[in-house]
Ligand binder design. Structure first.
Ligand code: NAD
Ligand code: ZN
Length: 381
């Protein structure tokens, strides 16, 4: 089959690889029709992880079930399904509690929890930027979609990751109706956090970035764009919240945060959030903070230390929630919001490409070229 393969820092290619296949009785095989490039793929693409060359990328997947293992009894051949990016067993202690991002079974590496498709350190599973995808624990890991999803795949595919992840950012922050929220990052995740905050009836939703095209998309869902290339985003938010700061904050950038001049500051958004959010407010961090030392044989992250202003954070009595999104905890309800038309997450899609053009998509999305907000691939088009 054809698949998008990691070949080294900023090098990916579409190659012939062995067909994905059923390996265990609980697997399903899916013919991928829609799959996205994610900001999380860029950590691997940029060579920031120890992703092995030859691995297939892609964790935001939707497609048609073409074969099921002998022990699969809910999902059927012909079902249109969307897969949470987390691969989870459904029966371990964490999955039982809904913490599927921290499944204790699906990742076979000792001392690691959590697995995903096409990800460094998240288990041996290949990604879905390919014609076929193997889905482990298929009855648990396939969300069966309603018939109209066939025609609206670019909306429904967002259930695999970024819509639930944006929602998760607002949940971690404890956002309630009527409150104000400061969201850092107007990439796909930050934009989904803005959509989620609007759906939860936040009174003011600030979105900070410096790309005018992305800020315009934030405005389209009713958020207030804050361009940090114009002036300090903290001052802009304090000015518009009576000097108090926002009730809640969402971090949707991660450790590759940089200043408008392009210099990296892994702690920049955390420090800005502590200053933008009020005393006793709270912050949800979904941006990735997992830099790993590629030379270390230890599977746990060694270089994940990010110094931030803990003193001010403590003094302000703020709290923080963070981590990977437990997609399954949200995706049924969010699917209903798509079905009723209350949410149309495809508004951020800028490009739909055949798989052979995926390397071009990576290049533009990685440079945050103007107008390249979310790239969707159709491997079987
Ligand atoms: P992206 O890189 O397209 O978006 C990041 C945005 O942040 C860009 O628009 C960039 O201009 C902006 N930015 C950079 N520095 C900034 C700063 N100092 N202040 C404000 N904005 C700044 O990526 P994305 O797809 O939106 O993903 C965002 C993050 O979320 C990534 O770290 C990704 O790995 C992570 N993520 C986490 C989960 C999860 O489960 N927790 C799921 C998906 C993605
Ligand atoms: Zn993703």
């Amino acid at each position: 089959m054809k698949a998008l393969v990691y070949e080294g820092p900023r090098m990916v290619g579409v190659e012939d690889v062995p067909d994905a296949r059923i390996e265990r009785a609980t697997d399903a095989l899916v013919r991928v029709t829609t799959t996205n490039i994610c900001g999380s793929d860029l950590h691997m693409y940029e060579g920031r992880t120890d992703m092995e060359t030859g691995r297939v990328l892609g964790h935001e997947n939707l497609g048609e079930v073409v074969q099921v293992g002998a022990a699969v009894d809910h999902v059927r051949v012909g079902d249109l399904v969307c897969m949470p990016f987390n691969i989870s067993c459904g029966f371990c202690g964490n999955c039982e509690k809904g913490l599927t991002a921290f499944c204790l079974i699906a990742n076979p590496t000792p001392a690691m929890a959590g697995a995903a498709y096409g990800f460094a350190d998240m288990g041996p599973y290949e990604g879905g930027q390919a014609e076929l995808l193997r889905v482990p624990y298929a009855d648990f890991n396939c969300l069966v979609l309603p018939p109209e999803a066939e025609e609206r795949q670019t909306d429904y595919v967002m259930l695999s990751d970024i819509f639930p992840t944006g929602w998760h950012a607002t949940e971690l922050a404890g956002l309630r109706a009527g409150e104000t929220v400061a969201i850092y990052g107007a990439g796909p995740v930050g934009l989904m956090a803005a959509l989620s905050a609007r759906l939860k009836s936040a009174s003011k939703v600030f979105v900070v970035d410096r790309h005018p095209d992305r800020l315009r998309l934030a405005e389209e869902v009713g958020a207030i764009p804050v361009n940090d290339a114009d002036a300090s985003p903290v001052d802009q938010i304090l000015d518009r919240t009576d000097g108090i700061g926002a009730d809640r904050g969402c971090e949707c950038v991660g450790f590759q945060a940089h200043d408008p001049q392009g210099h990296e500051h892994p702690n920049m958004t955390l420090n800005n959030l502590v200053r933008s959010v009020r005393f006793a407010g709270s912050i949800g961090v979904v941006g990735l903070f997992v830099p790993r030392d590629p030379r270390s044989p230890d599977p746990l992250y060694k270089e994940g230390e990010v110094a931030f202003d803990y003193g001010l954070f403590w003094f302000k009595g703020q709290s923080v929630g963070n981590g990977q999104c437990n997609v399954k905890a949200y995706n049924r309800e969010l699917m209903r919001l798509i079905r009723t038309g209350q949410a149309r997450p495809s508004w951020i899609v800028s490009h739909e490409l055949p798989l052979r053009k995926a390397p071009e998509g990576y290049e533009h999305f990685d440079r945050r070229d103007r107008g390249w907000t979310k790239v969707v691939l159709h491997p079987n088009a």
